[in-house]
Design a protein around this ligand. Sequence first.
Ligand SMILES: NC(=O)c1ccc[n+]([C@@H]2O[C@H](COP(=O)([O-])OP(=O)(O)OC[C@H]3O[C@@H](n4cnc5c(N)ncnc54)[C@H](OP(=O)(O)O)[C@@H]3O)[C@@H](O)[C@H]2O)c1
Length: 315
Amino acid sequence: MPKKIIAVIGATGAQGSGLVRAIQNDRSGEFNARAVTRNVNSDKSNELAKLGAEVVAADIDDVESLKRAFEGAHAAYCATFYWAHMSPDREKVQAKNMAEAAKRVGLQHVIWSTLEDSRKWIPLSDNRMPTLMGHYKVPHFDAKGECDRYFIDAGVPVTFSRPAFFWENFIFFGMGPKKGSDGVLALTLPLGDTKLPGIASEDIGKCAYGVFKKGREYIGKTVGLAGEQLTGEQMAIAMSKALGTEVRYNRVTPEVFRGFGFPGAADLGNMFQFQADFEKDFLALRDPVVSSSLNPELQSFDQWLAQNAGRIPLG
Ligand SMILES: NC(=O)c1ccc[n+]([C@@H]2O[C@H](COP(=O)([O-])OP(=O)(O)OC[C@H]3O[C@@H](n4cnc5c(N)ncnc54)[C@H](OP(=O)(O)O)[C@@H]3O)[C@@H](O)[C@H]2O)c1
């Protein structure tokens, strides 16, 4: 029987490449990946082709290209890439394009990689944190949450996936420990004593594959993904062990974090405050037991560090 195609948006990126690998590594599975990229000739695209994935061109800004990329597929993994442009408006257009294309070609299952609309917990009138860009508390969360409607309104059979903090942020996003004036490495986060659900980005794709394999069971449902839930202190202790040098947890207030001044600092300061203030809801949705039921290879933070500690830049 021919394999059913899963089109993967962002296939050369963190979430998407993990899904393509999960699909292609399951040789006897019922699916084949169609990797969607803007550049079918890049090294990353070539690597996916070598795994046996079909590689096709599309841009999520261009709905017609998405319809072509989804044509003949059974399912699609849909994601947006906020940090590439930092525009909630653009993210909304891109999500709408994917919902429209999915509906038009009649996909049987879509996973929409989304996040909470924080304004359902913290209305704009709540002054515990600043309103950003005039309409948002946590722009990169709120826009995604707002976009859930597009998939529902289009009548697309959708599963909402809400990933946790990617531990790769410690490598690529400048969030790793930095040396303080005393020469000791400090992990600076505005979490107080609350737990932050985190995940290896590779596991997001593996969990998504688990959702697709379960078929209709997850349609209409929201699934949170996490490998482990840890406090700043616990993450610093784990990093100290893995790096063989002391890492201290430097707890700062969200206000201080927002003031760090790098692009997106206010958005992330609000995000951490939102997660800390509503820790119970955040942790309840992102249950590692559920994630490991979808992906038996789910990594703990220690396991992730054993593979990746050497890649964390130590400033
Ligand atoms: N970091 C976290 O802790 C975290 C947690 C939860 C959610 N998120 C969300 O995850 C998203 C980022 O996902 P990621 O880390 O998997 O991304 P990523 O690794 O940065 O990968 C992005 C990929 O998307 C493709 N892409 C970018 N713009 C595109 C466009 N206009 N059309 C088609 N493809 C496009 C690029 O592929 P080509 O260049 O090959 O086209 C790129 O390889 C963000 O929206 C973020 O808010 C992040």
